[in-house]
Design a protein around this ligand. Structure first.
Ligand SMILES: O=P(O)(O)OC[C@H]1O[C@H](O[C@H]2O[C@H](CO)[C@@H](O)[C@H](O)[C@H]2O)[C@H](O)[C@@H](O)[C@@H]1O
Length: 454
């Protein structure tokens, strides 16, 4: 049994400053100008343009089938200015409205309904799941109990109606592991289902969409398997490696802290050697990050010793810092860059920072918290978490469970697919597309699916 982050109780160690002074990425004020902000690499002046080699341990996903059929989601009425206040329930295709107790999902809101968003707001921010800044001062961000958050599927009608009422369109940022694919024992077996691929393809055709993952970018693109899709952006290695759609305009290509690549390579080799005697451990090279997995560690008693080995390698490389994820230690460039910065960068670079856009970030792991926090007051953060995840947290010595900066919850990857499918259906029918964006008849058929690597 194993979950998340920091279950070893070993906090991220404070590290000496890296070689160069990290500079905060400060997104430009709205309305954004394309590439107007400070996009300098926090660790280096060198602007990266060199393609990187892929990780060869992951085989190409199985060929995708036809796009998933349209999820049978019935939208709430939309378009009317007061629609946000009038829609309260949605049939999500599971034959029932209201989400409590389904799919092992548990009771949303815990009875407190701290995020009562139905029709309580003049400006609709609650209906959009955006927590008004004045009601959530920065020090409270990241302090919510995920299991008390409203279920996003239950708020679907309200959310879409509010988007229509405000003539806003969503922009999706999606984590990979635990969000688009279920957590599995073998990282190489976390393959995208054809159904999810179909929904993702359609969503990315209708709305700007980025995959934001701890995986190396090349591996990520291979796993996603939508190589010809012109609407999918990627941020691999926890946002350290960003690119535009494959085969398209790659002016977004951006690699942060790339001078640490040789350091990470050395650290990776050291880790492989030093954890070799820990049966069941696994080192995964994610290019600008390296993971040491312990989900399959045969002797769980060895975990503290394994972490000590990782710390030993870390101490050899002051340019790196250690992080925790689900049954994984990760070494990344020590830098003030993370998934949240990547999201801000993409919003700015794609001129999507305006009031006509609602950024929606969906993720399950600790590194996704940076993105939830980055969207605080301006977007919707949705954590993927089930009752089983909570049980695991508690079993790992965290009776209080995890805290989050997200404002809504989805229970599992099936619910993520339903949620995305509902937006695909809405977009197809011309809803949630904002003012004058993507007239329905201009939407091309689902992008071709091709496998391979670049
Ligand atoms: O940001 P993400 O896309 O969520 O990537 C974070 C890590 O995900 C992967 O590990 C996790 O998923 C594996 C497959 O389900 C699971 O076996 C592992 O225990 C999880 O930690 C990936 O393998 C890591 O390299 C990523 O850093």
């Amino acid at each position: 049994m194993c979950t998340a982050s920091a279950e070893l109780g070993s906090p991220e160690r404070p590290r000496p400053a890296a070689q160069a002074t990290p500079s905060d990425y400060v997104p430009s004020a709205s309305p954004p100008k394309r590439l107007s902000a400070d996009y300098s690499d926090p660790l280096s002046d060198a602007s990266e343009v060199t393609p990187v080699s892929g990780d060869d341990r992951v085989s190409a996903p199985t060929p995708a089938g036809p796009p998933a059929s349209e999820p049978s989601v019935v939208m709430g009425a939309g378009g009317a200015p007061d629609a946000a206040a009038s829609v309260t329930a949605v049939d999500d295709g599971r034959g029932e409205a209201g989400g409590s107790g389904r799919n092992g999902c548990g009771i949303a809101n815990g009875g407190t309904d701290a995020f009562s968003i139905d029709g309580t707001s003049d400006d609709g921010v609650w209906a959009l799941g955006v927590e008004p800044l004045e009601q959530a001062p920065p020090e409270t961000v990241g302090q919510k109990n995920p299991m008390q958050l409203p279920l996003a599927l239950d708020r679907l009608g309200t959310l879409q109606a509010a988007l229509d009422a405000g003539r806003r369109r969503p922009v999706f940022f999606l984590d990979y592991d635990g969000t688009l694919t279920p957590i599995v024992k073998d990282p190489d077996s976390a393959l995208l289902s054809d159904e999810m691929r179909g929904v993702l393809s359609e969503v990315a055709t209708l709305f700007p969409t980025a995959i934001v993952s701890g995986r190396g970018r090349i591996k990520l693109q291979s796993l996603i398997g939508l190589h010809d899709h012109q609407g999918l952006y990627y941020a691999g290695s926890h946002g350290f490696d960003i690119s535009g759609p494959m085969g398209g305009d790659d002016s977004l290509r951006r690699k942060v802290a790339s001078e640490t690549l040789p350091v990470l390579k050395r650290a990776s080799s050291q880790l492989v050697a030093t954890v070799a005697d820990f049966s069941g451990s696994q080192v995964e090279n994610n290019e600008l990050a390296v993971s040491v997995h312990y989900r399959n560690l045969v002797d769980k008693q060895q975990l503290p010793a394994l972490e000590s080995r990782v710390d030993g390698v870390l101490s050899d490389h002051p340019g790196l810092s250690k992080h925790h994820g689900k049954c994984v230690f990760e070494l990344r460039p020590q830098s003030n860059w993370h998934k949240g910065k990547a999201v801000e960068y993409l919003l700015d670079a794609l001129a999507l920072g305006g009031p006509d856009v609602l950024p929606i970030y969906i993720g399950d792991d600790i590194s996704d918290e940076d993105a939830f926090a980055a969207l605080h007051g301006r977007g919707l953060g949705i954590i993927v978490m089930s009752d089983a995840d909570v049980t695991e947290y508690q079993a790992n010595g965290h009776p209080g469970g995890r805290r989050t900066a997200a404002t809504m919850r989805l229970c599992n990857t099936d619910d993520v697919r339903r949620f995305l499918g509902a937006f695909a259906a809405a977009g197809r029918s011309g809803r949630c597309t904002g003012p004058g964006v993507l007239p329905v008849d201009s939407v091309p058929p689902t992008a071709a699916v091709k496998h391979g690597s670049d």
